[in-house]
Design a protein around this ligand. Sequence first.
Ligand code: AMP
Ligand code: ZN
Length: 146
Amino acid sequence: MTSCIFCKIANGDLPSEKVYEDEHVFAFMDITPVTKGHLLVIPKNHYENVYDLPADEASHLFSVVPKLAQALKETFQQEGMKGLNVLQNNGAEAGQSVFHFHMHLIPRYDKQEDGFQPGWEPQIETLTHDKIAAFAERVRQLTETK
Ligand code: AMP
Ligand code: ZN
């Protein structure tokens, strides 16, 4: 879909901090992360939401989630990562703002370390683009070993 930003990211027509790519799936850092390491996993083909997603695409997509989760854990556990949300919104009323199916992987941290709160607000001031790019590099390296 030519007007879709996630199609453009998956095609390489828009820049992103890529973490993983294969024939069907593309994973990249969220541009306004809720926590350190917040990333998105998308099918390369355009589907608006879970109602449109064919089972084989769902299967391809979820097959990479465990290794991305593992890479996030190995990257950030020394910095206080304690949990991980795998989240997916369908429809504006459910909080969907980009209408190309995507899953959020959101590391959760010990509140005492780094001052991260367990909320859903983007940490725009703390998590600058330079930091996001550096996180992507670390997660990408570990994902390649999985
Ligand atoms: P949702 O609210 O579930 O539709 O989530 C959409 C997510 O896409 C939000 O967390 C945005 O920060 C993220 N986002 C929007 N544009 C970009 C972009 N160009 N690169 C990376 N993430 C983006
Ligand atoms: Zn799209």
